[in-house]
Each structure stands twice: as structure tokens, then as C-alpha cells.
Design a protein around this ligand. Structure first.
Ligand SMILES: [Zn+2]
Length: 456
């Protein structure tokens, strides 16, 4: 029965791209799991060297990419869900369509789907990156996921290695429950520290006693070098620590990773402090998997972003930069990156409210757009909730006459091009499905390729 179910799943996997159903990233897994509920465990067991599972609100796609590149460059053949299909069906599809020579899985997993997948996959390594309040549910979702992760970690198989971002107080506390947890974080981020918590901050209270946390430095949202003065819970000792960070706008960043084996100078093409965390997680994981550290450093320097995350596309002699922004923490990280760009800026924000974006779009009020607005020369808003964005920017103090509302993606692109000169840089911050719509139009205009042809 399992054999037949697997065959049907594989047939759908073969047909889906031909039918243009999103590259066949989930449908085969859905079919397989319906036909054979135990298929997931069986597929997981088919990998000789097991799986590494990566979960986070933000950064799981990029970290997966960093790590699978490192392993591939070290000669370890890995299967990965590079298309970002990270629910159980998407992970099952990746495992189902793996090639014969694949010996390890490097898989990104949705936060809510993680406990069930961990139970059935029994990974060799689990990486917990961050939990930011997501746009999907502003009321209690974060706490409920944290609680389920806590239980999941307590029930982990003793052979599973656990890697945790120590800068996230909730995750660090979860990691501290288990002996042998490997912690990573930003050791010296003083030059990028914030004076106060951004108002999008999610958990600035002690996970143990609820007293407000104090910070030696803050990095992104609620993350940083934290401690509780009341119960003395504090950020754990870092096994892998980043220091000497130099962010170079959209060009990337240079930083140093300090580990037991010494100092490693890294130069990455991936912009922003959030990507420093992603590279650090991949470095820590690969080191623990026994990959040669010089090889890791060299691989990290070559990795470029997955489609739509931070992507540069040339169109009509302009540089279009797509910076996916699907929740307040992600959008604020992008604004940090834009602040490092020389002005004036051409900014475009796109917002949809489909299920994959989150139906509730009020999260845009938690994004600190104000910080960048005085550098903005042209401002376009688009997507199905363009008027919510227009209102947001109006309240942010942007000149009403200068807010361009586009009612379709083609019109938006035309307007972006006609209102800027050649060689301009155009920065687009789309929500998830708005990014897919934008890319569809860019594919139609022949300036980029479809995401399932995303080469590595
Ligand atoms: Zn406390």
C-alpha cells in the first residue's frame, strides 16, 4: 500500500509542474499523506543521514538555503524544500521527490506544523531561530506556539541535536530545558543596538517570572543580550557568537564568528542584520555536523537569496529590489536595510490579505515606516489592500499628493518606471502573495524566470 501511495504521489509530482500548479510543491505530499498516513515517517527514514529541520517566524527559507549550499559544497547530497512549501504536505513532497543519491534532508518547517513533523521525522538536528508575532494571528498565537515548542523540546529524541538562537528570550528558555543545547547569538552588536524596543516587539518580559527584561543590547525586535533582574534568568552562554558586524546596505555584510575553534571572518552577499542571524545559524549547524569550517565560510560568501526574499531584477534599465515583508519584524528589518541606502529612495509597498498573507492587515501599523519616510522621494502602494497602505502612510506624515495608488501590478510597474529615471533603484516591499503576483508579472515581461526554476 505504501508503495502504491508513493507511486501516485510521484506521478502527481511529475505532472504538477506541467499543469503549472505552483511547481508541484505540495499536491503530491497531500495525496500521499491521504493515502498512507504513516508515509511521512517512512519517507523520513529513507534518508541515510537523517534530516535537519529549521523553523522560525522569519529567516527559515534563507537559513535552509545557506545550510543546503554548505552541505552541497562539502559533497553531502541533500534534499531541500527550496520552494518554501513548509507545511507537512510540502515537506512530504520534498522527501517524495528526492533523488536516489540524496542522503540528508535540510528542510524548513512552518512553526505551527513543527511539533508534529518533529515527532514523525525524528530529525538528527533541530534549529529554532526566532518567534516573532506573526500577522496571521495577533491574539495568543505566539504564546500557543511557544508552549507547543516547549513540550516538543522536552519530548525530543535524545539523539536529536538542538540548536537555539539565544538572543530570543522565549526560545533560549526553551533550549535551557535540555542539556547539550547549542546556543548561537550576536556577541557584540553594540553598534547596531537600539535605544528602545521597537513598538512591534513581541516578548520583552521574562519567560520565567514575567518581569520586564533588561538588555545589554537589542538587535531585532525583542532579540538581543537579555537578562531578568528579578529572577536572574539571562541569555545563555553562546557557543557561536557574532562580532564586528559591518552592514553594507543591500550589498551584504561582513562579520566575525567566534566559536570554540577560533575566529572566522565571513563576508556575505545577503543584506541586513536578520541575514547575519541566518548565516550564523547555518554556520553553527554545519560546524556541528562536522563540515570543514573553511568550506563553510567560503560557501556562505557565495549564497544568494531565494526568490523574492531579497532579489534584484533589472527592468527597463532600472534595478528593482524585492524585499519580502510579511510581518512587522520582517518589514522592520527591511527598513533597517533601506536606511543604509543612500537616498532619496523610490519605495513601493504591496499588501494582499489572502490566507497566506494573513487576513488581518492591521500589522502594518506596527511597522516603523516613519523611520525611512523622510528619505523617500516616490512612494507607490499596491495590492488588494493598497488603500490601507495609503492610509498608513498618510498617518505616517507622508504628503498625500505624492502617494501613488496602483490598482493592478502591471499599472504599478508602468508607473514605477515612468516616475523614475534610468539606473534608479526601486525598492519593493511586498507581502507574500503580492510578491508572487509581482513575480508573475515580471516573468510575463521576460525580466526574470518562474520560481520553480529557481536554480541553485
Ligand atoms: Zn525573570
Amino acid at each position: 500500500m505504501y508503495f502504491v501511495a508513493r507511486l501516485i504521489g510521484k506521478t502527481i509530482a511529475f505532472l504538477s509542474p506541467l499543469l503549472r500548479r505552483g511547481g508541484g510543491t505540495s499536491a503530491p505530499g497531500v495525496a500521499l499523506l491521504r493515502l498512507h498516513p504513516k508515509a511521512f515517517s517512512k519517507l523520513s527514514d529513507s534518508l541515510d543521514r537523517g534530516s535537519v529541520l529549521i523553523s522560525a517566524t522569519n529567516g527559515k527559507t534563507t537559513t535552509t538555503r545557506f545550510l543546503s549550499d554548505i552541505l552541497a559544497n562539502a559533497g553531502v547530497a541533500c534534499v531541500s524544500n527550496t520552494s518554501g512549501a513548509n507545511l507537512k504536505s510540502g515537506v512530504a513532497t520534498a522527501l517524495l521527490t528526492k533523488e536516489q543519491h540524496h542522503e540528508m534532508g535540510v528542510l524548513e518547517v512552518d512553526e505551527a506544523a513543527l511539533p508534529e513533523i518533529v515527532e514523525e521525522n525524528r530529525p538528527r538536528m533541530l534549529i529554532l531561530m526566532n518567534l516573532f508575532r506573526d500577522q496571521l494571528d495577533r491574539y495568543g498565537e505566539l504564546e500557543s506556539i511557544a508552549k507547543r515548542w516547549r513540550e516538543m523540546v522536552l519530548a525530543l529524541h535524545p539523539n536529536t541535536k538542538l540548536l537555539v538562537n539565544a538572543d530570543d528570550p522565549v526560545l533560549a528558555t526553551i533550549g535551557l530545558q535540555r542539556p547539550g543545547t547549542i546556543f548561537f547569538g550576536l556577541g557584540d552588536a553594540s553598534s547596531y543596538s537600539r535605544d528602545k524596543l521597537q513598538h512591534a516587539s513581541d516578548s520583552s518580559n521574562c519567560p520565567q517570572c514575567s518581569a520586564p527584561l533588561s538588555y545589554e543590547h537589542l538587535t531585532l525586535s525583542h532579540m538581543g543580550d537579555w537578562r531578568c533582574e528579578s529572577c536572574s534568568l539571562a541569555r545563555p552562554q553562546l557557543d557561536f557568537a557574532v562580532s564586528r558586524i559591518r552592514l553594507d546596505g543591500l550589498n551584504g555584510s561582513d562579520f566575525t564568528i567566534n566559536s570554540e575553534s577560533g575566529l572566522h571572518e565571513i563576508s556575505s552577499k545577503m543584506p541586513g542584520l536578520h541575514n547575519v542571524y541566518n548565516a550564523l545559524a547555518a554556520f553553527s549547524a554545519a560546524s556541528d555536523l562536522g563540515i570543514d569550517q573553511e568550506g563553510i565560510v567560503s560557501s556562505i560568501s557565495k549564497t544568494v537569496a531565494a526568490f523574492g526574499r531579497t532579489e534584484k531584477i533589472s527592468i527597463n534599465d532600472r534595478e528593482l529590489h524585492i524585499l519580502l515583508a510579511k510581518n512587522p519584524a520582517g518589514a522592520n528589518a527591511n527598513i533597517d536595510t533601506l536606511l543604509l541606502q543612500p537616498g532619496p529612495l523610490h519605495l513601493c509597498v504591496l499588501l494582499n490579505d489572502r490566507i497566506a498573507d494573513g487576513r488581518d492587515v492591521s500589522w502594518i501599523w506596527d511597522v516603523d515606516y516613519e523611520r525611512v519616510l523622510n528619505k523617500v522621494e516616490t512612494l507607490h502602494v499596491g495590492g488588494e489592500r493598497s488603500y490601507d497602505l495609503a492610509l498608513r502612510f498618510l498617518y505616517g506624515g507622508f504628503d498625500k499628493e505624492k502617494i501613488e495608488v496602483a490598482d493592478s501590478i502591471p499599472k504599478l510597474l508602468d508607473s514605477l518606471i515612468s516616475s523614475t529615471s534610468e539606473n534608479s533603484k526601486l525598492f519593493v516591499l511586498p507581502s507574500y502573495t503580492a510578491m508572487l503576483d509581482l513575480r508573475d508579472e515580471l516573468v510575463k515581461r521576460n525580466v526574470t524566470h518562474a520560481f520553480w526554476k529557481d536554480g541553485k
